[in-house]
Write a protein that binds this ligand. Structure first.
Ligand code: FPP
Length: 245
C-alpha cells in the first residue's frame, strides 16, 4: 500500500501500539526469544521512522508492562539491555529525524542504568519538534489511574482541588499522559484481541485495529494498512451519522 492510498489530510494525531508476537516470531524461525526481541527492536525503528515520515504527531509504544516483570529474570534482563542499547544507538537517528522521546509508567522501578540512559535521551531530544515518541515502560493503566486518584485525593484533602470541580480535564492532568491527546488509533499485532491494561482511559474513543502480523514483521506497509483502515471508519463519538454531515 503506497502513500497515495492514504488521505494525508485525515491522519490520526495519536497512534498507540501494543507490540506483540516477538516470542512466536522467534519460535517460527527456530530461534531463541532474544532474537525475536532484537527483530522487534528493528521493527520499532522502522515504525517510528514511517510515522515521522507521515508527520504524525504522537506515537506511543507499549514496550514493557507492569505484568512483564513476572517473566523469567533472564528475559527481563534481555529486554532491559536491549532498551539501553537501542536508546544509545538510536539517539543520532532520532535527532536527524526530529523525534522527541518521552516515557510513561512507573519509571522509578526500572534499573538505574536504564533510567539514566532514558533520561539522557529524553533530555537530548526535548527540543525536537517532530513526532513525539512515547515509550510505555513498567506501565499499567490501572496503576496509572490509581495514582491519579491518590494525587487528586491528596489535593482535595489539602484544599487545592474542590470535589465539585473534579472533571475529565482534572483527571487527564493527573495521568502519566497529561502531555498527550487521546489516542485516535490503537494497533495490536499477533492476532490477540485484547487491551492488556494499556491506556484504558485514553482509548475511550480510539479506533481499534488488530492484525495477525507478528511484531517483528510490522513495517511501513503495515502501518499504512492500519491507517487506511482507520480512514475508512466513521468516527461518531456517540452521535448519529446525520449529525456529522
Ligand atoms: C511482545 O512480544 C513484546 C514485548 C514484551 C516487548 C516489546 C519489546 C520490543 C519490541 C523490543 C525492544 C523495544 C524497544 C522500545 C527498543 P512477546 O514476547 O510477548 O511475544 P509472544 O507473545 O509471541 O511470546
Amino acid at each position: 500500500m503506497g502513500l497515495d492510498e492514504l488521505n494525508i489530510n485525515a491522519l490520526p494525531e495519536h497512534i498507540a501500539i501494543i507490540m506483540d508476537g516477538n516470542g512466536r516470531w522467534a519460535q517460527q524461525q527456530g530461534k531463541i526469544r532474544l532474537r525475536g526481541h532484537q527483530a522487534g527492536a528493528e521493527a520499532v525503528r522502522k515504525t517510528v521512522e514511517a510515522t515521522a515520515k507521515l508527520g504524525i504527531k504522537h506515537l506511543t509504544l507499549y514496550a514493557f508492562s507492569t505484568e512483564n516483570w513476572n517473566r523469567p529474570q533472564t528475559e527481563v534482563n534481555t529486554l532491559m539491555s536491549l532498551l539501553v542499547s537501542s536508546l544509545r544507538r538510536e539517539l543520532k537517528r532520532m535527532t536527524k529525524n526530529n523525534i522527541r522521546l518521552s516515557a510513561i509508567g512507573s519509571l522509578d522501578k526500572l534499573p538505574k542504568n536504564v533510567q539514566r540512559e532514558l533520561y539522557e535521551v529524553i533530555e537530548k531530544t526535548e527540543k525536537n519538534t517532530g513526532t513525539n515518541l512515547t515509550l510505555a515502560l513498567s506501565y499499567g493503566a490501572r496503576e496509572e489511574i490509581k495514582q491519579a486518584v491518590v494525587e487528586i485525593s491528596q489535593k482535595v484533602k489539602n484544599n487545592i482541588i474542590q470535589v465539585k470541580n473534579i472533571d475529565e480535564t482534572i483527571i487527564n492532568e493527573h495521568l502519566y499522559t497529561r502531555f498527550l491527546p487521546d489516542v485516535d488509533l490503537l494497533i495490536r499485532t499477533s492476532g490477540e484481541v485484547r487491551i492488556s491494561n494499556f491506556l484504558l482511559w485514553q482509548i475511550a474513543y480510539a479506533e481499534l485495529y488488530f492484525t495477525e502480523e507478528l511484531w517483528p514483521e510490522f513495517d511501513e506497509q503495515s502501518l499504512h494498512r492500519a491507517i487506511n483502515s482507520y480512514q475508512k471508519r466513521e468516527r461518531r463519538f456517540g452521535k448519529t451519522s446525520e449529525q456529522l454531515l
